[in-house]
Structure formats: structure tokens, C-alpha cells
Design a protein around this ligand. Structure first.
Ligand code: GYE
Length: 358
């Protein structure tokens, strides 16, 4: 980080020297103009990523890194918060000291950002929030947000499950669910958990227990092992991301139980979120994951468009929602109706997977 800021400073000093030289050299206008442009064009962006817990997160980081390249006219300073808000706050303070042009923040949790975002605002540095939300008293503390409708994702999965139980004559009281939650306090966890609880309440399903799996495969497996020891009637596992689902499946299969859709006959159904990797889709194609609400991590281009708008002096729209699908290999559910809107279920086939991951 220090090296980078030193490099930026040196570029600027060198640029200023060249501009100085150029102005005294009447015939040599061209080289100094080039340097001037170079200094002006490089927009410095500080990106505080919350961690590296999942496939989704890797794809998200990649999308930002691949967008804010030198070829595109950016200098990106990347900081991994390793799941700790304190690290992210420190990163933002360093970005402010470095006088970056923009800050991108993917916050680990919603709360606790007011002070540091006020500091960025006082320094006149626009902050673009990506992925999870910040819960701040004053919304002018951030310029824009790009992310997903996590509640809608939760509604898609629970509506799919409701239709499944109806189509297969499974009584609500016979739906025994455990929830492996994401990182507690992050919007994706909050939204997905909320919609499960709403559905449990509305339909009368049996929610046995909820526990955080931190969006990781290891913790997902660990939590599922505990659940399996405690309850012998689990037939639905609501995993708040695919990595947890992989871990849960491993734990279930290790006990000799079968993962699948036939929950009336002893199978355990796994549902999840993300659908970023081919692996997840292959699990879904085999029915090991019954349905996946997609969460789209490709925020880079959206954030770039926002910065480009800000560069022209215009004010971009504040909230940007990503478009997302729902995937399942089960063919008897076509459409989910949620709050008067219809969402088609993408029925997975090998061809569709090949198309998406060519
Ligand atoms: O679903 C999960 C990740 O906040 C949308 O965080 C994100 C979630 C994503 O690690 O895989």
C-alpha cells in the first residue's frame, strides 16, 4: 500500500516537473501534453473488499479488479478486510490519507459506518457501496449503491419451496427446515433469513434451528454436522450461499443419508443462493441442490458507469439492483409469482450450463 501511494506521488511529482519543463520549452509542447493527460486520466480508486469467503466473493473481486485497470484509465488500490469491520475502517482511513478519487466499499455488516463515511464525505471523496448495504442515519454519506435484492432472492427460494410442497402433497407441518445463515449482520444474511422466517410464519413450516455458517464451505459442513446430530427429521436445508451448501451436502452424505428432492421419502433437500460457478449448477442439475436463487456478482461495469457519470458532473441514480434468475432442474415449477410480479424459473440442462460457462 505504501509502495503504491509512493508510486502515485512520484507519478504526480514527475508529471508536474514535466509540465514545468514543457512550459519553458516552447517547441516541445507535445511530450508535456502527453504527461499532463496521463496524470489527469488515471482515476485513483480505493476498494475495500470484505474478505474472500466464497466463490461469489472471488467473482466479485475479480469483476472490480478487471474493470478498474490501468488500460481503462484507473489506478486501483485493493484492500482485503478479512471479515473484520475494523480492517475495513482502517482501509478507508488510509484511502482518505492517500487522497484517492473514489472509494468502493463492500461492507461486511450493515451497521457501524457513520463515522468513517462522514470522514470520507468531509474529505470530498465519493463512496460507492457495493454488495451489502450500509445502515447509516444520513444517506448522503454514500453516493450510490450497487447490489442485489436479497429479500427478493429469499422470496424466490421460499416461493419455489411452497410450490414444490403443494405439487407433491407435502403438508406444511412435515417440512422440517434448518437454516445455515450467512455472516450475521450482513444484508445478504439479513434479507435471506427474513424471507425464510416470513414464509415459515405464513405457511406453517417447521423451522428447527438457524445458525451462521459464515458463507463458507467449512463452516457450512460443521454446522450441518451439528444439526444432524441434534435432529433426525431434517428434510430441508436452507443454505444462504452455495459454498455452505457444498459443505452441508458433504456432511449429509457422510452420514449415509441421501440429498435430493424426494423429501416425503427420506431424502434431504438443499436450497441455496448465488449460482456463480459451474460447480453449483452441476449440483443443481443432479438435484443435489434443488433450486438456486442467483446472486449476480459482476458489479465492476456498473460501478464504472457510475464513476463515469460522476466524472461528467452529473448525479447518477442512487440505488442499482442487479438482474438475477432462479435455477432448478425440477421441471414442474415454471413461474414464481411474488408481489404481483412473475419470475420464470430457468430449468437447468447441460446445454444451458455449457452456454453460461463456455
Ligand atoms: O451470497 C455469499 C457471499 O453478500 C451477496 O456474500 C453476498 C454474499 C454471497 O460470500 O456467497
Amino acid at each position: 500500500m505504501f509502495k503504491r501511494s509512493l508510486a502515485i506521488m512520484l507519478t504526480i511529482i514527475f508529471g508536474l516537473m514535466m509540465i514545468g519543463c514543457g512550459s519553458s520549452d516552447k517547441d516541445g509542447g507535445a511530450p508535456s501534453d502527453t504527461v499532463k493527460e496521463e496524470v489527469k486520466e488515471n482515476i485513483v480508486v480505493g476498494f475495500s473488499q470484505l474478505g474472500a469467503e466464497s466463490d461469489w466473493r472471488s467473482a466479485h473481486t475479480e469483476s472490480i479488479i478487471n474493470t478498474f485497470t490501468e488500460e481503462n484509465g484507473y489506478e486501483l488500490i485493493f484492500e482485503d478486510g478479512q471479515q473484520k469491520q475494523a480492517n475495513q475502517i482502517m482501509a478507508i482511513r488510509t484511502f482518505i490519507q492517500q487522497e484517492v478519487d473514489y472509494i468502493i466499499l463492500a461492507p461486511v455488516t450493515e451497521k457501524g459506518w457513520d463515522t468513517v463515511l462522514q470522514e470520507a464525505k468531509d474529505a470530498d471523496i465519493p463512496v460507492i457501496i457495493v454488495d451489502r448495504m450500509v445502515d447509516v442515519a444520513d444517506e448522503s454519506l454514500f453516493t450510490c449503491w450497487v447490489g442485489a435484492d436479497f429479500e427478493l432472492e429469499g422470496q424466490k427460494v421460499t416461493e419455489w419451496l411452497r410450490q414444490y410442497t403443494l405439487k407433491n402433497n407435502i403438508a406444511a407441518k412435515d417440512v422440517h427446515i434448518v437454516n445455515i445463515q450467512g455472516t450475521l449482520g450482513g444484508s445478504s444474511q439479513i434479507g435471506r433469513t427474513k424471507r425464510l422466517r416470513d414464509a415459515v410464519e405464513a405457511y406453517g413450516w417447521d423451522l428447527l434451528e438457524e445458525k451462521p455458517g459464515d458463507f463458507t464451505r467449512t463452516k457450512g459442513k460443521e454446522v450441518m454436522e451439528e444439526f444432524l446430530k441434534q435432529y433426525d427429521n431434517i428434510n430441508v436445508v436452507y443454505c444462504e450461499n452455495d459454498n455452505e451448501a457444498y459443505g452441508a451436502i458433504e456432511a449429509i452424505e457422510a452420514t449415509g443419508k441421501k440429498v435430493g428432492l424426494d423429501i416425503g421419502n427420506g431424502e434431504i433437500m438443499v436450497v441455496s443462493f448465488d449460482g456463480v460457478k459451474r460447480d453449483a449448477m452441476s449440483y443443481a442439475l443432479k438435484g443435489k441442490i434443488a433450486c438456486i436463487a442467483e446472486c449476480n456478482p459482476l458489479h465492476g461495469p456498473r460501478v464504472q458507469a457510475i464513476i463515469e457519470t460522476l466524472e461528467t458532473g452529473e448525479q447518477p441514480v442512487k440505488f442499482h439492483y442487479m438482474d438475477e434468475e432462479i435455477f432448478s432442474a425440477y421441471e414442474s415449477i415454471d413461474v414464481l409469482k411474488i408481489d404481483e410480479k412473475e419470475y420464470s424459473v430457468v430449468h437447468l440442462t447441460q446445454e444451458i450450463i455449457e452456454q453460461r460457462y463456455q
